[in-house]
Design a protein around this ligand. Structure first.
Ligand code: APR
Ligand code: PHB
Length: 392
């Protein structure tokens, strides 16, 4: 057994774990990041791509904003298309100048990994069978195996940044957490294509055929999504059917779709989930390990980043002054903002998707609500405020 110690043991090298490690390092707090997958796998995983302004600002402050600044696409608005009628929402005008930046989460992850490795700081890929132990005591430990060798990492604190299927939340005793969950009767079929996007800005479309989202990664790479069944068989979706459906859900604007070589097709399930509290003893949960939002509001990554901003503030305060006040307050502070983003993500999802013949009445109500929203300055402002990200 190879033994070592650190101040903060971080499980998971997604955005939550990597941003936490980077921010702690900038303030002189030591950490070790343990990641189950290999680097190539982590850097190839395709995820969402809309960054709120505070996320962009934090990444810049952490010294990983250069490529984001060069390659990110700043968007001042978005479009909503209801039954073929397009309407632009000016996010910046509605929110006193706030914007979002389109830059793939995959790219954020690559930038953070490169910074960590360039600084020579510990990031262990292919850490197998990570087991958190003694979370209730003063000296929690993380056991793991790397290349056949057993390791024991003793920590002051453990940060569970290991996503929805991670080991940290799962290792807590029965009854330690209250779980809140909602599943949806649909999923998203996502395509990544070497083709120009459907427009300059994102288009969220609702039609009788279901929801569609027309997004992008760059001026030459489109990222599109179609509402589909949760158990969708991709064999039923040959590329001509995908392109055809993408056109049809835009109604008379279908000719905005430009076809190109497709590099990825996948199905994303939709779920709302919160685990409370986000602390147990010396374990702190952050990001998808503690909560999941359906992707309709583009909140997943941004929420994870706010969690670790709060958590790093609290840990830095602890190491600088010995005060545990920030650590004590972490869960309540993070959850207050998370529930607002949960509400928004649930609402955007309900509003834009079709729920099938059993909800014919509710579907008409949603259509009416969206139509009202597009005609009301107050309602548009409320959407914009949430979309660009609520204050920290
Ligand atoms: N041991 C070590 N690492 C693990 C383990 C484990 N047992 N289980 C999972 N991991 C790793 C995963 O391989 C992944 O790299 O933890 C990381 C978790 O990263 P994410 O799933 O990206 O979660 P998070 O960092 O919270 O970022 C949230 O990711 O899923 C999106 O929509 C979500 O945008 C949001 C963001
Ligand atoms: C994406 O580009 O992947 C994306 C954009 C907006 C969303 C979800 C995903 O709401």
């Amino acid at each position: 057994m190879r033994k070592s110690r650190t101040q903060v043991g971080i499980v998971g090298a997604g955005p939550a774990g990597l941003v936490l490690a980077q921010r702690l390092a900038r303030h002189g707090v030591e950490s070790v990041v343990l990641e189950r997958r290999d680097r190539a796998y982590v850097e190839a995983r395709i995820r969402a791509g809309v960054l709120e302004q505070h996320t962009v600002e934090l990444l810049a402050e952490l010294g990983v904003g250069a490529r984001l600044k060069r390659e990110g696409l700043v968007h001042e608005g978005l479009e909503i298309c209801l039954d073929g009628e397009r309407s632009r929402l000016d996010l910046a005008a509605a929110t006193g100048g706030k914007r979002v930046t389109v830059y793939g989460q995959t790219e954020v992850t690559k930038d953070l990994i490169a910074a960590r490795l360039a600084a020579g700081l510990p990031l262990v890929f292919e850490a197998e069978e990570v087991r958190p132990l003694d979370l209730d005591g003063e000296r929690p430990r993380l056991l793991y195996r790397k290349e056949g060798v057993e390791h024991e990492l003793t920590c002051d604190f453990v940060a569970g940044c290991d996503g929805f299927h991670g080991v940290c939340r799962a290792s807590l005793p029965e009854g330690a957490l209250s779980l809140f969950e909602r599943s949806y009767p649909f999923a998203w079929l996502g395509v990544l294509a070497e083709a120009p996007p459907a427009g300059e800005e994102l288009i969220y479309a609702r039609s009788a055929r279901g929801f569609a989202l027309y997004s992008m990664r760059s001026p030459t790479v489109a990222r599109h999504y179609l509402q589909c069944r949760p158990d969708e068989d991709l064999a039923q979706w040959p590329l001509p059917r995908i392109w055809d459906e993408l056109r049809r859900r835009l109604g008379r604007h279908g000719d905005l779709i430009v076809e190109g070589p497709v590099t990825d097709v996948s199905v994303t399930p939709m779920r709302s989930f919160v685990a409370e509290p986000m602390r147990h003893g010396r374990l702190f949960l952050a990001g998808d390990a503690a909560h999941i939002v359906p992707p309709t509001g583009a909140k997943g990554l941004n929420l994870a980043v706010v969690d670790v901003r709060y958590l790093s503030d609290a840990l830095i305060e602890f190491y600088e002054s010995g005060s545990q006040a920030g650590l004590e307050a972490y869960s309540d502070k993070a959850l207050a903002r998370i529930w607002k983003a949960q509400r928004f993500s649930w609402w955007m999802t309900s509003l834009l998707h079709t729920f099938g013949p059993e909800q014919a009445f509710e579907d008409r109500i949603r259509q009416a609500e969206l139509s009202y929203l597009l005609s009301s300055e107050a309602a548009r402002t409320a959407l914009a405020e949430n979309y660009v990200g609520l204050p920290l």
